[in-house]
Design a protein around this ligand. Structure first.
Ligand code: GAF
Length: 437
């Protein structure tokens, strides 16, 4: 009983009106403009960004919108209605008090970005801002990156810090946002989410090479071929997510070190894209780890983590090539000939990615496993958890028109398992951050 809950994206004009109204209710006078930055869902390539590997996110239609006015006195004042339900939260402070570890909480994603831009040599004088958002919080859909990126774009536009329509400058803004997150918010994340929010384009996924920062826009021709992406927010509490994320990152760094590489992406290159090559790298890791005095359990843990990084990298390449062939209409897939066959071939790759995250990287949880298998049982072509893991969301590739039925089945399965009721989003590949007014 009961129907699935859909989290809808607000039309840009309504979100801009809401941000302007919130601004007027808190700060005297008017904003200089209104900007928007989207959340993201990662199609494939999980926990590869900090390993220097390829990732393939797309921007969601759900975004964070900010009405912003520049200041010259170093003061930052921001009101956020992003945590819906409660009263808007207000933070005010001075840029001279912002730096590594301060401020704490969500304000780090605002003030930290101004600090990072100043650290990068830009003249940044402060802001008044009002923020609204339809990116669900804590759902693994990058609500914090959306907040960082909307602030970065607004400050860059208002201060004429660079050519905000140019991808190269957006990469610089993304780097400042990552620095804010790593140093001010003290979250040791990679750079995928900020790149997605600033550098994605409509109807494409963004193939980001995390080692170089280079991007390719990969066409995502889903709607015209009767396919769609469904995001399933488990609404499961993130258990120890920060500590677990940090320990995965540390294990990857340790494995790279034992192999004599700077980043695990170099071990992927060493494996050379073959099963034998991968086994040889993993054997070398086993030996090196044992020689370094790691215990037997730890050795096998490092092997599993590395195996995920190698296999997930191959899956990103596979999905990019399937989507590219589908868009070019030159496709011969496992399930037949033609664009639809190639798109459908993406499904099992997503499911294999989920298995790797569950078994090798060990970042899934029962809530994520249940929504993915229920989606597949209800006809989804494939499904995987997305984002950091330990809660948050999963993404399923489905036949267009089946979203409601798949969502109903997933909801029923989650409730049956005694899990929280999931919520659902339609993941239309949307543009990156922009100025609305
Ligand atoms: C989180 C992080 F913020 C990203 O940098 C990325 O590592 C992701 O988890 C896992 O792919 O979203």
């Amino acid at each position: 009983q009961g129907a699935p809950t859909w989290l809808e994206a607000a039309p840009a004009s309504a979100a801009a009106d809401a941000a302007v109204a919130l601004f007027a209710g808190h700060w005297e006078g008017q904003a200089d403009g209104v900007w928007s930055a989207p959340g993201r869902v990662n199609l494939i390539g999980e926990h590869l960004d900090y390993n220097g590997g390829p990732v393939l996110p797309l921007a969601l239609p759900h975004s964070t919108v900010a009405a912003v006015r520049a200041r010259q006195d170093g003061v930052v004042r921001v009101v956020s209605a992003a945590d819906l339900g409660g009263e808007p939260s207000v933070w005010q402070g001075h840029l001279s008090d912002v730096g590594p570890g301060a401020p704490e909480g969500w304000a780090a994603y605002v003030a930290g970005v101004l600090w990072a831009l100043a650290q990068a040599g830009h003249a940044v004088g402060g802001v008044d801002a009002a923020v609204v958002s339809t990116v669900p919080l804590g759902a693994g859909l990058s609500s914090s990156a959306a907040l960082e990126c909307v602030v970065a774009l607004a400050v860059a536009d208002l201060g004429s810090l660079g050519e905000t329509s140019a991808d190269a400058f957006r990469a610089e803004l993304a780097a400042a946002c990552v620095r804010a997150e790593n140093e001010v918010a003290r979250a040791s994340t990679g750079g995928m989410d900020q790149a997605a929010s600033l550098r994605c384009t409509a109807e494409h996924a963004l193939r980001l090479d995390s080692a170089t920062g280079a991007v390719t826009q990969v066409p995502l021709p889903l709607a015209e071929h009767g396919r769609a992406l469904l995001v399933m927010d488990t609404r499961a509490p993130h258990r120890h997510a920060d500590g677990e994320y940090g320990s995965r990152r540390a294990a990857s760094e340790r494995a790279a070190e034992l192999l004599g590489h700077g980043l695990l992406a170099e071990a992927v290159t060493e494996a050379g894209g073959t099963a034998e090559g991968a086994e040889a790298v993993l054997d070398r890791l086993r030996t090196a780890a044992a020689e370094a005095g790691e215990g037997a359990d730890r050795v096998e843990e490092l092997v599993r983590r590395t195996r995920h990084v190698i296999s997930e990298t191959a899956r990103v390449h596979q999905v990019v090539s399937l989507l590219t062939s589908a868009a070019q209409g030159s496709c011969v897939g496992v399930s037949g000939v033609g664009a639809v066959a190639c798109i459908d071939d993406v499904g099992p790759v997503l499911s294999a990615s989920h298995a790797s995250m569950r078994d090798d990287y060990e970042i899934s949880c029962p809530e994520l496993d249940v929504v993915c298998s229920a989606a597949e049982a209800a006809g989804a072509l494939g499904a995987r958890m997305t984002g950091g893991g330990f809660g948050g969301s999963a993404v399923a590739l489905v036949r267009a028109g089946t979203e409601e039925a798949v969502a109903s089945a997933v909801r029923a399965a989650a409730l049956e398992a005694g899990h929280p009721e999931p919520a659902f989003l339609r993941a239309l590949a949307s543009p990156g951050a922009s100025r609305l007014r």
